[in-house]
Design a protein around this ligand. Sequence first.
Ligand code: DGT
Ligand code: CA
Ligand code: CA
Length: 577
Amino acid sequence: MPVHNADIAAVFSEIADLLEIQGANAFRVRAYRNAARAVNGYGRDLASLIGRGEAVPKLPGIGADLGAKLEEIARTGHSAFLDHLHKDWPAAVTTLLEIPGLGPKRVKILYDNLHVHSLEELDAAVRGGRLRSLPGFGPRTEENIRQAVAAHWTKARRFRLAVARPYAEALVAYLQRLPGVRQVVVAGSFRRRQETVGDLDIVVAAKPGPFVTGRFAAYDEVSEVLSSGTTRASVRLRCGLQVDLRVVAEESLGAALHYFTGAKAHSIALRRLAQAQGLKINEYGVFRGRRRIAGATEESVYAAVGLPYIPPELRENRGEIEAARAGTLPVLVERRDLRGDLHSHTTQSDGRGSLEDMARAAQTQGLRYLAITDHSPHLSVAHGLDPLRLAQQGVAIDAWNAAHPEITLLKGIEVDILEDGGLDLPDTALQPLDVVVGAVHSHFHLSRAQQTERILRALDHPYLTLLAHPTGRLIGSREAYDVDMARIIRKARACGCHLELNAQPERLDLADIHCQMARAEGVLVSINSDAHAGTDFGFLEYGTDQARRGWLERGHVLNTRGLAELRPLLRRDRDLS
Ligand code: DGT
Ligand code: CA
Ligand code: CA
């Protein structure tokens, strides 16, 4: 069975989780977490590479020991070390970590005292009131966990776009090789580039008949066939992801794609528009009476109702049909419009590439400038930079820039926004920098009023250029903190500050609706990779997808500017002296 990079990364993550629950050395745990990230971010399929006998590529943070484990997993899909850990710790233990409020220490206490090692057992223990007596728990914690477990049960499992993508691509490649298959497109929320997908919806243009659905059901990674007929089938993959397949005639591909791309609300609105013109749209085409007047392409479907093509990212019935009718659809930003990146890390803090590594990788990705923004001292786990180390990094950046006109490094910092809204470095350290990215990394649970005040106060700081990952959410594991985004966005405009759209697949923070709010208020958004390794610049694609869902055009995005145009937009202190 093929092993994807995501599978290898999942093994490393699970090892890290289990080691952490055991209370292993923090550096050892971090090494496995970093390895998982490096593998996830690597652009080529490691298993096929290794299968062809090529040397295991040098990935940041992966030395001889982890490299050998990587090769083992890539070849066999298993890790002897993980199997060894499972002797003492059942696999389901790590799923307990998905419950907010349960960290490794508490999971260990639960396991040691109550032998709770799955969500079902946790549920039973909570119902039985057995948690409150445990060291460090208490009735309030028990109640919080009870609510978190209930929320977990009701929330059907969704996959982050970046997690679903390798599965989608491998399956598309498999289907495309089948004889008689003309075209394969992943539709649904995946095509709309939603940040998470509930399942994959694949539309195949092929000769009708049971051949394609049969081959689909026989795909290696299928663990369960939910249904299979001549034109449709549904399966579940080993990773838990469900995939729905539709086989359509080539002449209906556009109509079918439109139907299965959705979103449902968009399709319904378009059907209404068609009805008003005496037309009928369904998954086979656009019809006037019995006559089919369009359907081979999506363009033809829209044209039949008098509209220009609407990009999938906009199809949420949030005003796109009205905009299309009025001829005011946005010309959405594209990845190739990005000229630079304003948030990245090096080995000076918690990055895994040197200054030179990061600069070269950014250049390879077509960027002309890169802000180096390591952490500030408050984030001690990340070995944040004090003023002296920051100044030394500035010297190294000057040296790089003097020798490398092809890509310009900007001096920056990702400075912690403290609980009171102050910044974690003195003005004297911030003043010489090109970019000051302010970030909340602590006190996520302040009240909405306090959290909002805290950030507004930070935005008032004359050296702050950019508010990083503005809501702090981690998709699927940490809710956004409670803030008044409308006020923050208005404040940002008032003080000439910009907002980041952090492109890390688990952040994608700003959310699409906040991008729209920023656009409406005239606040520029910077699509930043927050790269911790050279391979992370690939995240910019996900950030761009999110920006497109937020209706952003090139002009709304700060880092589509060339350096000369950018520099004055980064300085806020010029008129203050
Ligand atoms: P997901 O899977 O929850 O991330 O979201 P979607 O949008 O991929 O939804 P899904 O998989 O249930 O359906 C895929 C597309 O198929 C959906 O976007 C629109 C279309 N579709 C599904 N059910 C209906 C329906 O009852 N009416 C219409 N017009 N379209 C539907
Ligand atoms: Ca879907
Ligand atoms: Ca579906």
